[in-house]
Design a protein around this ligand. Structure first.
Ligand code: ZN
Length: 267
């Protein structure tokens, strides 16, 4: 009993800290990193099926569990996911629901990998960048096998609504899509768009939104300042912070089996 009490007390205080008990503070660095592993991705998929919960919900229980070592080792089971989920809901409802919303925005609308099977990527989130002043890389770069603009299609990862489209000095031709759970998926440096998208237009997961390019780092029309690639950014928002970058790397890894093949039709 003493063990249990200490355990719960520990949870209560640590969970309070990770959830930032002040209302609407920016999500923690831990949340923004979205760090998983190959093993963790498998565990996540299994547990979501076993508990019949979304991946976002499972993560909103599991991440605090892991960070604060609420279970022995890093084990996630359907049973302890349900147990700690119920505990958080009972004792930290507001903060837990806020975290759950944020994880859902990132995870619960994912359907497809944004590019074809030949495209590669590494974890470069928060690496230093220098164009437009010293800053951090808010995204993940997906590289084609050949440095060719306009040939590699980019697919929408989610359903959603076009929120932004057009030129940005840093992003070149870009499109920003807001998914149903509130995630913002930002695709940049496109060579061109697949069609004349308008702000407010509905997009379906898997729709081709454009082609990989090398646009940006200058005024409208600037090309060729860097190698052809897709810059993918994923953002969540809270009431006070409209644009919070999360690391897309493990999100992309979770979609490895969801790469689409694209066949150019004969003219
Ligand atoms: Zn980038």
């Amino acid at each position: 009993m003493v063990g249990l009490c200490t355990d719960l007390l520990h949870t209560c205080t640590t969970f309070g800290r990770v959830m930032n008990l002040k209302p609407d503070t920016a999500p923690t660095a831990h949340f923004r990193r979205q760090h998983l592993s190959t093993e963790a991705l498998e565990k996540l998929a299994e547990t979501a099926v076993e508990t019949n919960l979304s991946k976002g919900t499972v993560l909103s229980v599991w991440m605090p569990m892991k960070k604060f070592k609420l279970t022995d080792g890093t084990s996630l089971t359907a049973e302890n996911c349900k147990k700690w989920g119920a505990y958080f809901l009972k004792h930290r409802r507001e903060e837990f629901e806020e975290l759950q919303k944020l994880y859902a925005a990132v995870w619960d609308d994912l359907v497809y990998f944004p590019a074809g099977k030949e495209i590669t990527y590494e974890d470069s989130w928060m690496f230093e960048r220098s164009y437009g002043g010293k800053r951090r890389h808010e995204g993940c770069d997906l590289m084609p096998p050949e440095n060719e603009s306009g040939v590699y299609p980019i697919f929408s990862m989610t359903d959603g609504i076009v929120e932004n489209i057009g030129w940005l000095d840093k992003g070149g031709w870009r499109i920003g899509i807001r998914s149903p759970h509130g995630g913002y998926f930002y695709y940049a440096h496109l060579s061109d768009y697949a069609s004349g998208f308008q702000v407010g237009q509905k997009i379906h997961a898997g729709d081709i939104i454009g082609y990989m390019g090398d646009t940006g780092y200058g005024p409208e029309g600037t090309r060729g300042k860097f190698d052809v690639h897709l810059h993918l950014g994923i953002y969540v928002r809270t009431e006070k912070h409209p644009e919070i970058s999360v690391n897309p790397y493990w999100i992309l890894r979770s979609l490895e089996s969801r790469r689409l093949t694209y066949h150019l039709s004969e003219p």
